[in-house]
Write a protein that binds this ligand. Sequence first.
Ligand code: ARG
Length: 587
Amino acid sequence: MASVTSLSDSVQQRLASALSATLPEAADADPLLRRSDRADFQANGILALAKRAKANPRELATQVVAGVESGDVIKDIEVSGPGFLNITVSDRAITANLAARYADDTGRLGVPQAANPGTTVIDYAQPNVAKEMHVGHLRSAVIGDSVVQLLEFAGENVVRRHHIGDWGTQFGMLIQYLDEHPHELDHKDAQVTGEEAMSNLDRLYKAARRLFDSDEEFKTRARRRVVDLQAGEPKTLAMWQKFVDESKIYFFSVFEKLDMEVRDPDIVGESGYNDMLAETCRLLEESGVAVRSEGALCVFFDDVKGPDGNPVPLIVQKSDGGYGYAATDLSAIRDRVFNLKANTLLYVVDARQALHFRMVFETARRAGWLNEDVKAQQLAFGTVLGKDGKPFKTREGETVRLVDLLDEAIERASAVVREKAQDLSEQEIAERGGQVGIGAVKYADLSTSAIRDYKFDLDQMVSLNGDTSVYLQYAYARIQSILRKAGEVRPVAHAELELAEAERALGLHVDAFAETVREAAAEYAPHKLAAYLYQLASHYTSFYDKCPVLKAETPHLVENRLFLCDVTARTLHQGMSLLGIRTPEKL
Ligand code: ARG
């Protein structure tokens, strides 16, 4: 494996060893390296160390400087202020490090993989059967997919779980209706599109609802169906399966439009835990974690109270014997911990479900299913807002269908691509329109921290200037065009060359990809990667403005600048792919 030590890690190591030589009690102390405007890096951990050792910080800093191994990586190190260290790395080290990354033929740019990976089960992209996907389902899918990519890239074992809503009393009504109108889900053609599948389901849902609300006898029959379903009566189950299958056709079509891989075996919906529900309740009741209260099986919490001051319990089993959302989630925890052997459980779910997860996790902790070694975390996300700052709705006040939104984004993006297109065919414009449009939607979602709300503003999302994916995609395409124009001349690193300021800034930033990915994966924070990529494109733009590439003074300089271009492009490509965004070669 071709893993490369990043420049910041090299500097860090050199500082740490000088520090422990000077002050043995600081053997594992962190010199606290930061990127800085004053120099390439600044270490500001000496102050606190000196304080603890009752030493003079500037003196300690001076001693560390004297003890630092300099030459290969560190070109310059000096004490500044009350005891900071300003560090400049050599041009040679920058180019050599990037060359080592460039040489990594696995495409990982020398980014190391975790030595002792754990197993993370991630619950994301969980729409509901027989229901249209809306804008809220977008966030879970987009954020979840990026976190999956980040974790897998970092070397973690990742198990994906799409906890779709495929169970509940509403199926009694649907199944009963289908039984009475058996041809409602028949298809004219063998190949049914996602759009057709959804409109079938929607029509059926509305008709069933209408009957349920107006016809008392149908209502009774529908309720009896729920009992049959729960008892696993074969004919009822077979009809339920039809709804699930029809819905999956639709889900897969939306995920495909989103350019996202969702695999059938990873779809384990609420129904997947049916066999565990009774046992889950028994375990909770026997251990005293849950108690019977007015017939229902409940878990109480000191700090969860309703507006009237009375405690609001988590209901694991209703008084009529039915199981709800909590029982399923608790059973899923047992499955993920004991069968899938997870160390980490992640839930990419709307922040509005935070109380539910807080109670579910606490219950699982009391039961001993979660503990120090197995942790659970909700990666809560905020609401998608319209331009008016209110939750996103259609002009008629209805929730927005996800497909309509995606189609509009693709349409807008195609217009932008067409306007700029120079040598693209119609087919290429259509294909790029999709990549740019979907990229724009994903990037807008991923570039703010998940917990914050954001405004869905297509004009802003497909803008060529500013913090958008289109800007990044253009930077990438521009580099590819330079590489094509270079013809026979290929990128070659020349570590002996002196670097201009803009080249250094770009090079240092490219090298920071590894630590950015490490941090973004550890914190489940794709927005940190997005911010990094935006800065990368900006550094590239300044480099490109100040440093001619193909017209550089010497052949070696041309080769080295082409190399800087190419290593930047590869980093953009890799980084964007971790966000689930394509980088077309031409735009
Ligand atoms: N299907 C739910 C919804 O649409 C999200 C499921 C979240 N995951 C879970 N394990 N509860 O809101």
